[in-house]
Ligand binder design. Structure first.
Ligand code: GFB
Length: 333
């Protein structure tokens, strides 16, 4: 074979392969199903996949309920995708998560069970399942590495969603172990971008604050209410950076262990609010509603593994918020 072989304690490592099992695939002319194409991740991913010259398959929620096993099976048999990105999920901010525990656990478990089992049944070549950084224990050592999974109790405000996401990544691993399936999973940190849910009640902090601050500027309000104390920290990743990572992993990553996708950009909620105020031009004050939960105090993930494979986030928080705000105002991206 070509290339130099280094022998370390009897194990052969080729320097051209940054990690074991590296088997590059091409998406060119392949049928790629983006489950959840209309969501924050799905919209950005479909746009990114256009560069791959693949055939993107998608289906509206109203036409196919992914929680329905038989209908999903029928659709997969008819459309025969080669690859699947599972970006479909029931998502929401801290209040939605704590108000609708049954919906969050049932919907996300059903989507994961159906799509992963049916991908096996229908011989899908490779699946990439999307988790979330809330799967990690509340008191995990920061920055949180992949091995911290299931080493302690979860954050109560999102444990229902987290349990479903943990089940999803374990399903991928189980089918990889038992049936040699190339089903991989990725754990992104808090995401944002155009196409987000800007609703004040159900949205995540960043789009909700864009909505609130924009409203305050428009109506000459002096104050904007922040939930909790403003002290918790979050790591924010712009969704187009995530899409780059997802395509990269689909092409290059074949390990059974899940992999973190973070930006390294961590800010307190108050500083996030100040950055949003700067972008929108809000000169008023932030006041705190401490009857609302803070959630986890910090969840900064360790992205050394994906960084060492060659992916890094590129978009700064300021640039990402500007792009997201432009979308919020113009609906154009
Ligand atoms: O983004 P967020 O709703 O969810 O809230 P999590 C992050 C932080 O922002 C919390 C505070 O400390 C909130 O109290 N916050 C301040 C606000 N003002 C607001 C506001 O107007 N709206 C919102 N939504 N928050 C989610 C999980 O947790 O993270 C999901 O619920 C998922 O399961 C997602 O994992 C990535 O970051 O706390």
């Amino acid at each position: 074979s070509s290339g130099i072989i280094i022998r370390v304690s009897g194990v052969q490592i080729s320097p051209s392969l940054p990690f074991k099992n590296m088997k590059k695939i091409s998406l060119k002319n392949k049928k790629v199903f983006v489950a959840g194409h209309a969501g924050l991740v799905g919209q950005s991913l479909c746009k990114r996949l256009e560069k791959e010259n693949c055939k993107i398959l998608y289906i509206n929620k109203k036409s196919l309920d992914l929680r329905d096993f038989n209908k999903t099976d029928k659709w997969l048999k008819l459309n025969k995708p080669d690859y699947i990105f599972i970006a479909a999920a029931h998502v929401g901010g801290i209040l939605a998560n704590s108000s609708f525990p049954a919906d969050f656990i049932y919907d996300n478990l059903s989507i994961a069970i159906n799509l992963i089992h049916l991908s096996h049944k229908n011989n899908i070549k490779k699946v990439l399942y999307l988790g979330s950084s809330c799967i990690y224990p509340k008191f995990a050592k920061q920055p949180i590495n992949e091995q911290s999974l299931l080493t302690g109790p979860l954050e109560p405000t999102n444990e229902w969603y987290a349990i479903a996401k943990i089940a999803g990544l374990k399903l991928c691993k189980a089918y990889a172990l038992q049936h040699k399936r190339n089903f991989i999973s990725a754990m992104p940190t808090n995401l944002y971008g155009p196409g987000d849910n800007f609703d004040i009640k159900s949205g995540h902090v960043l789009p909700s604050l864009i909505n609130k601050v924009h409203y305050a500027v428009k109506h000459n309000k002096k104050n904007v209410i922040l939930w909790g104390t403003g002290k918790p920290k979050r790591e924010f990743l712009f969704v187009d950076d995530l899409s780059e990572a997802l395509v990269f992993l689909m092409k290059n990553y074949n390990e059974k262990e899940h992999i973190n996708i973070g930006s390294g950009i961590e800010v307190s909620i108050l500083n996030l609010a100040k950055t949003i105020a700067k972008v929108i031009g809000f000169k008023g004050k932030f006041i705190f509603d401490t009857s609302k939960p803070d959630g986890i105090s910090r969840k900064f993930i360790n992205s050394k593994k994906i960084n060492s494979l060659g992916w890094k986030s590129k978009i700064s928080l300021l640039k990402g918020i500007e792009t997201t705000y432009r979308f919020y105002v113009t609906k154009k991206y």
